[in-house]
Design a protein around this ligand. Structure first.
Ligand SMILES: O=C(O)[C@H](O)COP(=O)(O)O
Ligand SMILES: [Mn+2]
Ligand SMILES: [Mn+2]
Length: 557
């Protein structure tokens, strides 16, 4: 599409050229105020004060389930689908659902990707690498089960599964049950004459699933186990491996060390060798891109691969449409086009985006419909503030919130950009550690960063829009249907490290907001996909007609 095709009409009532701070608090939902709601417990005067603007300038929106393109309303939101919806202004069927549909219809087994890897089945091994969980954020165990069954039915004779334990999108400790289910399935395949086994494993945050080039050692640990068959821990079975490693003090599913499964002679059962097929079965991109590069790129200097086997590799989805990575994939990703970011730069809106490493791709790549780079380099600037690496974030829960706040402040005060968009990761990243005290500290830091941004907006006569991509820090405990915390036999609560199903706040304000602007009352079901049109309006433009409707109206005062 040429630039002309992106031209938007002027908004009949709202002015152009306002400076807008667009703040996404990662993992910041709305929940009952109790001791497990870290946002409530933390001192968050800035975010608290916004509620006084309800219902005209503060409201809640949906950030989970069908509102963000997930299969059901029991699916919690996540950063990928949340930022996709925020930036694209429309609801797309997302990876989880696309894979479900392809498996249900059997189409996955007829398409190019599967036919490509199938060529290895007759004389080589099929390896499946991915997150073993039913979290539905990066992968789902039932999809792996169907893939295993389908591959065996279509001629795979030797299958090796390389598992990554979760404990982040699901309860810590649940990996044991998932491993048992998987073992059971593999045993059934063995009964049918397929040589099927788990070959290696490790905790997702310590093995393989890094993102945005934060720490390549994580990918290397996985490579050594999965490809080379080498790891510090060796076991006869995956269940034994997980149970033993979890018994170590402070061990948890997210950070289990790498292990390999060995035979009676102590030899690894499943290194990846020339001629093998490999499928990475996560549908979500961000934490598979680094491994995909290691598996696919001939030229690669991020770590010493020692061996670079000539394999047939396919991703569950294509993880990066710009890089065409990987080149083979089982299911086509959602085609998210004409995002708000692209419209805005073609309508004179200069855009700045910033976060720290762990969420940088969220506010750029996911925001822009899974697209890397600029739409127009002369109109945009994206800045990444390096995250701490090699530590869990409860150790430094303030993360880089203040640095992000300072950067946004400086850019706002420079008046060089019309939109200054940030993601403040604290509630989410520290919430995932399950450390309640640290999460409280993290929420306070996020609130302070918001304050810095508001102060700058005040000085330049701008507008702010503050929202979140999904819940996390507002609820840190597993609850029963009545909402009461679930206690174990010893009376301890079960910590919830995952996201939630909660609604998230959105607030608008600032001296530049026209007095008659208020949230409409006729969109009670509004979700994150309604935010793009809202922001486009605040930039003084009418949103494209196929976008979900704007949350605001302008009344004459
Ligand atoms: O990848 C992660 O860290 C979690 O699985 C989901 O968190 P995010 O969707 O907030 O990135
Ligand atoms: Mn998020
Ligand atoms: Mn998260």
């Amino acid at each position: 599409m040429g630039s002309e095709a992106f031209k938007l009409k002027d908004h009949p009532k709202l002015p152009k050229d306002k400076i807008i701070a667009l703040v996404v608090l990662d993992g910041w939902g709305e929940a009952n105020p109790d001791q497990y709601n870290c946002i409530h417990v933390a001192e968050t005067p800035t975010m608290d004060s916004l509620k006084k603007g309800a219902p005209d300038r503060w409201r809640l929106v949906k950030a989970h389930g069908k509102a963000v393109g997930l299969p059901t309303d029991d699916d919690m939101g996540n950063s990928e689908v949340g930022h996709n919806a925020l930036g694209a202004g429309r609801i797309y069927a997302q990876g989880a659902q696309l894979v479900d549909l392809a498996l249900e219809s059997g189409k996955i087994f007829d398409d190019e990707g599967f036919n490509y890897i199938k060529q290895s089945f007759a004389s080589n091994t099929l390896h499946l690498i991915g997150l073993m969980s039913d979290g539905g954020v990066h992968s789902r165990l039932d999809q792996l089960q169907l893939l295993l069954k389908g591959a065996a039915e279509r001629g795979a004779k030797k299958i090796r599964v390389h598992v990554l334990t979760d404990g982040r999108d699901v309860l810590d400790g649940s990996s044991v049950g998932f491993a048992e289910t998987l073992e059971n399935d593999l045993a059934k395949l063995r009964d049918k004459g397929v040589d099927a086994q788990v070959a290696s494993g490790g905790g997702r945050m310590y093995v393989t699933m890094d993102r945005y080039d934060n720490d390549w050692n994580v990918v290397k640990r996985g490579w050594d186990a999965q490809v080379l068959g080498e790891a510090p821990h060796k076991f006869k079975s995956v269940v034994e491996a997980i149970k033993t490693l979890r018994a170590e003090p402070k061990a948890n599913d997210q950070f289990l060390p790498p292990f390999v499964i060995v035979d009676d002679q102590g030899k690894a059962v499943g290194p990846i060798v020339d001629g093998d097929a490999v499928v990475t079965f996560n549908f979500r991109a961000d934490r598979m891109v680094m491994l995909a590069k290691a598996l696919e790129y001939e030229d690669f200097d991020k770590f010493d691969r020692v061996r670079f086997p000539k394999i047939r590799y396919a991703g569950m989805l294509q993880y990066d449409g710009e890089l065409k990575l990987p080149s083979h994939y089982l299911v086509s990703p959602p085609e998210i086009e004409r995002t708000s970011g692209e419209f805005l730069v073609h309508n004179g809106v200069r855009t700045f985006a910033c976060s720290e490493t762990v969420k940088f791709g969220h506010v750029t790549f996911f925001w822009n419909g899974n697209r890397s780079g600029y739409f127009r380099a002369d109109m945009e600037e994206y800045v990444e503030i390096p995250s701490d690496s090699g530590i869990p974030f409860n150790v430094k829960p303030k993360m880089k919130a203040l640095e992000i706040g300072e950067k946004a402040r400086d850019v706002i005060l420079s008046r060089k950009f019309h939109q200054v968009r940030v993601n403040i990761p604290n509630g989410d990243m520290v919430g995932h550690t399950g450390d309640i005290e640290a999460t409280i500290v993290s929420c306070k830091a996020a609130d302070e960063a918001v304050k810095m941004i508001f102060d700058a907006i005040e000085q330049v006569g701008g507008i702010y829009v503050v929202t979140a991509d999904h819940g996390n820090a507002e609820d840190m405990v597993k609850r029963d249907k009545k909402g009461e915390p679930i206690l174990d036999k010893s009376g301890n609560i079960q910590i919830l490290t995952s996201h939630t199903l909660q609604l998230v706040p959105i607030a608008i304000g600032g001296p530049g907001l026209a007095p008659g602007v208020r949230f409409r009352k006729d969109l009670p079901e509004g979700g994150l996909a309604n935010v793009a049109a809202t922001v486009i309006n605040l930039h003084g433009l009418e949103a494209p007609s196929d976008y979900e409707p704007s949350l605001i109206e302008v009344v004459d005062n």
